[in-house]
Structures are given as structure tokens and as C-alpha cells.
Design a protein around this ligand. Sequence first.
Ligand SMILES: CC(C)(COP(=O)(O)OP(=O)(O)OC[C@H]1O[C@@H](n2cnc3c(N)ncnc32)[C@H](O)[C@@H]1OP(=O)(O)O)[C@@H](O)C(=O)NCCC(=O)NCCS
Length: 156
Amino acid sequence: MATLVRAGPAHAAVLTALHDSAFDSAWKEDAFRTLLALPGVFALIVLDSSEQPAGLVMMRETVDEAEVLTLCTRPDRRRSGLARRLLREAFRSLDNSVTRCFVEVAEDNAAARALYESAGYRTVGVRAGYYETDRGRIDALVMVLEGANGNQLQIA
Ligand SMILES: CC(C)(COP(=O)(O)OP(=O)(O)OC[C@H]1O[C@@H](n2cnc3c(N)ncnc32)[C@H](O)[C@@H]1OP(=O)(O)O)[C@@H](O)C(=O)NCCC(=O)NCCS
């Protein structure tokens, strides 16, 4: 079973390295430190079987809503359930009052869309041309997971 670590400002370099391994435009260490200092923001790092950092999730929660700010796993550790594990643990860390969680996903990001859909997310909106990429402007899908009958969030 993979190990989860709650990340603090001291993990900024690890978070940046993981982000850099997964995204074209990685967040800088300062961005992680700044976000982690905001109220309601937390991050988890998953370690692989060799105890090496293999993925991260960063969340922001308010009173009754949460948002996935970023989520990624290392390319050489994909399709082994680590992203779903990160999401599941992140939801367990949310306050009981949180009953829905949003995420924005690039329309052409098939892996992320499949992950969120398999977790029970549904698309509720589109931000046209939200992401500027070297493939041109890409729409962002706004996806939401809602707890059944206003209950706490759980992954399908
Ligand atoms: C999206 C991402 C986080 C998935 O990470 P992962 O560790 O490979 O995901 P998991 O192994 O937990 O996959 C869980 C489920 O998601 C879906 N899924 C994940 N990757 C997929 C892919 N490439 N194609 C189709 N479905 C996929 C599947 O339903 C999968 O379940 P299964 O393996 O039993 O079929 C990873 O590909 C990544 O880091 N991508 C780059 C960063 C990114 O796009 N982040 C999301 C921003 S919103």
C-alpha cells in the first residue's frame, strides 16, 4: 500500500519536481509555498513502494465546497492507482461540511477526464479557451463531484 505524506512548505522542492515531471509549465517552489500558506489549502504526496515521491494532490476547501488545485503522478508510475489514492485520501482530509468538490480539466486531457469520471465527477460547465497551450487555446471543463444527499464526499 502506498504511503501518503501531508506536505508543508519544507516540501516545496519535492512538489515542484513532481509537478515538473507531469506538466509542460511547472509551478515554481514559491507558488507552492504561497498556496500552502493560504487558509484551507493543503497538499498530499504519495510515495511509491521504494518510498520515492510519486505524485501529489493540492486542495482548497472553504465551508462547504472544495477544489482540486492540482493533481499529478510521475509518468513512470501511472496507471497503478496512485492518483485515485491521492483523491480518496484528500477527500478523507476534508471537513465533514464539504459536500462538493470542483476541478477544471483541459478538454483534451483524456487521462484526467477519465480519472475524474471514474471517481464520480460530472461536467457542469465549460470555460472557452481557458488554457493557452502550444496547441492553441483549449477549453476547460468544469467538473464537480457531489456527495449523495448532501453527504460527505466519497470516491466511486
Ligand atoms: C491524470 C493523472 C493524474 C492520472 O494519474 P494515474 O496515477 O495514472 O491514475 P490512476 O492510476 O489512479 O487511474 C485511475 C483511473 O483513471 C483513469 N485513467 C487514468 N489514466 C488514464 C489514461 N491514460 N487513459 C484512460 N483512463 C485513464 C482510469 O479509469 C483509471 O482506472 P484504471 O487504471 O483502473 O482503468 C496522470 O495521468 C497525470 O499526472 N497526468 C498529467 C497531469 C494532469 O493532467 N493532471 C490532472 C490535471 S486536472
